[in-house]
Design a binder for this molecule. Structure first.
Ligand SMILES: [Zn+2]
Ligand SMILES: [Zn+2]
Length: 307
């Protein structure tokens, strides 16, 4: 298993119809990223038996309450449970000031360090660079500075065909060079091992795009092009298109058209308006345009793996 996304909350504005505010947990090879942290997120983490100590990265899309009002509660609980590990907290400008003010007035000095990183609104930038993957911001079009996040694995190394290392007694430096796609020469400069005969293509690199609150923005297709999985907000059905536009949100049809344009493999729809008791009409509408669509329902796991 490579990427595993757990949906926690998926409602907009208010808790309703047993749906909570927006929050998701992405697991990339045991690195856990909490994406948005609406009110009640820590209760949902408990419900789905996610140990808080596993979360080392929290990403907030914007400062509307339905996306971060659970944050100070979660950080306080981590502190009370004795966390000492650093936390990386990525979010919009102002988040550091808000959290610092809340902690200052409660005279709380956290037992762990928060490394704040505030994104630059309106541009796409690498906000976190790990040796195996990157997190890139996706500038959304909302009433306040808002960013989505693209998680993209870096290209993997070539694989040496089974049994070849033993059969040809390939040395360690040669293995490294072969995995990097190089041919191996002997002392006279003649080709000893031709790379394409001994290696196979690398395993695929996976990607997940979280497109937070926004008016649909087709220019972003270049950034999220071809991702394995994309979440896009779909607050309304298309009969509410005018309302979606005036409130800087998207309809299911717009999200599906954007998924089609971006040639993503799978679309997840969320951030449902409280007006929908059941979000099924949102899915039905999206599927008329983009068949491989699904709803962000609490407790659902979306897995991207090698199969
Ligand atoms: Zn929202
Ligand atoms: Zn919002």
């Amino acid at each position: 298993m490579s990427f595993k996304l757990l949906i926690l909350g998926s409602n907009s504005a208010a808790f309703a119809h047993r749906r909570h505010h927006t929050s998701q947990l992405l697991n990339i090879r045991d690195h856990h990223f909490l994406i948005d942290c609406g009110e009640g997120t820590q209760l949902l983490l408990k419900k789905y038996q996610i140990r808080l100590s596993r979360i080392d990265h929290i990403l907030i899309s914007h400062l509307h309450g339905d996306h971060y009002f659970g944050l100070i509660g979660l950080l306080s609980t981590m502190h009370l449970f004795g966390r000492t590990k650093d936390m990386l907290l990525i979010g919009p400008p102002g988040l550091k000031e808000i959290i610092s003010t809340q902690l200052r007035y409660s005279e709380t000095s956290l037992k762990f360090k928060i490394n704040f990183k505030e994104f630059t609104p309106d541009i796409s930038e690498i906000i976190y660079d790990h040796s195996k993957y990157r997190v890139i911001t996706i500038p959304m079009d909302h009433q306040v500075p808002c960013s989505g996040y693209l998680f993209r694995e870096k290209p993997k190394k070539r694989r040496i065909k089974k049994g070849m290392v033993e059969k040809l007694k390939i040395s360690k430096p040669e293995i490294i060079a072969l995995k990097e796609g190089k041919d191996i020469s002997d002392n006279h400069g003649n080709i000893k091992y031709e790379n394409k005969k001994l290696t196979e293509n690398p395993n695929p690199s996976f990607s997940y795009a979280y497109c937070a609150d926004s008016k649909v923005k087709p220019e972003l297709a270049e950034i999220v092009k071809g991702v394995d999985l994309m979440y896009h907000e779909a607050t309304f059905t298309n009969d509410m298109k005018n309302r979606a536009t005036s409130t800087y949100h998207s309809t299911a049809m717009q999200a599906a058209e954007f998924a089609k344009l971006s040639k993503v493999k799978k679309l997840i729809l969320g951030h449902f308006s409280v007006r929908y008791k059941e979000p099924d009409p949102i899915l039905e509408e999206a599927q008329t345009i983009f068949d491989n669509s699904a709803l962000a329902i609490e407790g659902t796991n979306f897995i991207i793996d090698e199969k």
